[in-house]
Design a protein around this ligand. Structure first.
Ligand code: NAD
Length: 490
């Protein structure tokens, strides 16, 4: 099996790296491909950056109306190939086909919003700030920008950045997760069909050393990172030390409150979708589910809804939850569940030892619910990134808000209620950047920023929409005076 190639200067180029990592289907354990290990990819990165830097000189001068034209074609190609891309996501990442199809749609929506860059990039003008003097601001591109992506949304996440970056006149390098590089390979075969100058969009595979080479290269001006908090912090500090603009989206531990005045059946369904969708491997997965004044009804509804979810191979259209990404992840989550029990939790629903007929080697864990967890224990405070719900009972909305606001993350917080005043208080006081009211996965549409807070985000401008336009441009303020007497006299 050939090692995957990089895409540099409009061409598929063999990596300098001879060591590789296997790309494994998490349901079947079949080896789907081999990705360059990334220990020796310094020169791959250098060549991609040099090419992208050269391409920037002419690309940045092309009018923005013309720069967005390839995005219209990209949208069409992504739509025409969406099923193929979705199947690839499911095969390497494990999520269900329905989830993969949704992910591709979310990627396309970002292309659509970025097509509006000619308007979004417009700036400000003040006439006559002093007699005969005008002042205005223009937005100019930065240069070579790079994206370092996580495994859990191999198609969508690079699109929080890529279309905006190039529409603003930058050139771009994507480093996909080494666990799921095949989706981006498919997408780059589509990018290869665009009428884009060579070197505007490039792909370099690898792991930590590839990331470090991007962080240290002086010609890389900005880095967009999405992944775990530990790595996000590292990227933020090393990139900033090297003078780069950084946006680093990190991990999460998302709380959801459900009040007795909510529509219990509907809310339980939505909440279990949030906890167990993508097998809990979503940065917007609900994890701590807080009930207030429950007489048992909410707990029963959550239990029934979780128990009814089918687990299996994502390519089977009937299943609702796929496997975890690696066998290491599976062991880690199993270990955390046991830790919760050791901390004193009652296991209401136990998904360990889930075996799927025909896929016995898959990294499956079925829906799991733990209750009676200590609030300061490891399970309540750690990002599990697996299909585990921590059920917590508190005595008031205020104590639920206090609990939420004491957490280290701030990616999402949700409330289920029929009370407008509770909803209003919650959206105002919850210490998180994405808020859901009767919504289980408060994922911002492409025109809004993906607004994590606290240890879920390091930087100031997030991915998507207007924030992306601001991140990928630098402002220049011009003050002009044109005295009549200085005009040439004819
Ligand atoms: P990860 O941090 O392990 O890896 C992300 C990227 O960083 C990969 O490309 C990887 O090659 C690289 N990387 C890994 N270790 C590195 C190191 N030590 N130095 C430099 N680079 C390194 O994350 P993951 O497991 O791929 O993704 C899951 C995590 O991503 C979860 O924590 C999840 O919450 C988070 N996530 C956050 C968001 C968000 O918007 N906040 C969205 C999706 C995923």
């Amino acid at each position: 099996m050939e090692i995957l190639k990089n895409y540099i200067d409009g061409d598929w180029i063999k990596s300098i790296e001879s060591d590789s990592i296997a790309v494994i289907n998490p349901a079947t354990q079949e080896i789907l491909g081999k990705v360059p290990h990334g220990k020796n990819t310094f020169s791959d990165v250098t060549s991609a950056v040099e090419i992208a830097s050269k391409a920037f000189i002419s690309w940045s001068k092309i009018p923005v109306m013309r720069r967005v034209q390839p995005l219209y074609k990209l949208k069409q190609l992504l739509e025409e190939n969406s099923e193929d891309i979705a199947r690839t996501i499911t095969m390497e990442c494990g999520k269900t086909l329905a989830e993969s199809r949704g992910e591709v749609l979310r990627a396309i929506e970002n292309v659509e919003v970025a097509c509006g860059t000619p308007s979004l990039i417009q700036s400000e003008f003040s006439e006559n700030i002093a007699t005969g003097i005008d002042e205005f601001m223009i937005r100019q591109p930065l240069g070579v920008c790079a994206c370092i992506a996580p495994f859990n949304f191999p198609a969508m996440i690079p699109f929080w950045f890529l279309p905006y970056a190039i529409a603003c006149g930058n050139t771009f390098i994507i480093k996909p997760s080494e666990k799921v590089p095949l989706t981006m390979m498919k997408i780059f075969h589509l990018i290869d069909q665009l009428d884009l100058p060579k070197g505007v969009i490039n792909l370099v595979h690898g792991g930590k050393d590839t990331v470090d080479a991007l962080l240290d290269h002086p010609k890389v001006k900005a880095i967009s990172f999405v992944g775990s908090t530990q790595v996000a912090k590292y990227i933020y500090s090393r990139g900033a030390t090297n003078g780069k603009r950084i946006q680093a989206q990190g991990g999460a531990k998302n709380p959801v409150i459900i009040l007795p005045d909510a529509d219990i059946e509907m809310s339980a369904q939505i909440i279990t979708d949030s906890v167990f969708g993508c097998a809990g491997q979503r940065c917007l997965a609900a994890s701590n589910v807080i009930t207030v004044g429950d007489n048992g009804k909410i707990k029963d509804a959550l239990y029934e809804s979780a128990k009814a979810r089918s687990t299996g191979y994502g390519l089977d259209e009937n299943i609702e939850m796929g496997p975890l990404i690696t066998s290491e992840s599976q062991s880690r989550v199993n270990h955390l569940i046991q830790k919760g029990i050791n901390e004193g939790a009652n296991i209401l629903l136990d998904g360990r030892n889930t075996k799927i007929k025909g896929f016995e080697k898959g990294n499956f864990i079925g829906p799991t619910i733990l209750e009676g967890l200590p609030l300061n224990g490891e399970i309540v405070t750690t990002e599990i990134f697996g299909p585990v719900m921590g059920l917590i009972e508190l005595d008031s909305v205020d104590s639920a808000l206090d609990f939420i606001n004491s957490g280290r993350y701030g990616n999402m917080a949700c409330l289920f209620t029929s009370s407008g005043s509770n909803a209003r208080k919650f959206r105002n006081e919850a210490n998180a950047g994405n808020i859901g009211i009767n919504i289980g996965v408060a994922a911002p549409m492409a025109q809004f920023p993906f607004s994590g807070w606290n240890e879920s985000f390091f930087g100031d401008l997030h991915g998507q929409g207007r924030h992306a336009i601001e991140f990928f441009t630098q402002t220049k303020v011009v003050i002009e005076r044109w005295p009549k007497e200085w005009s040439r006299k004819f």
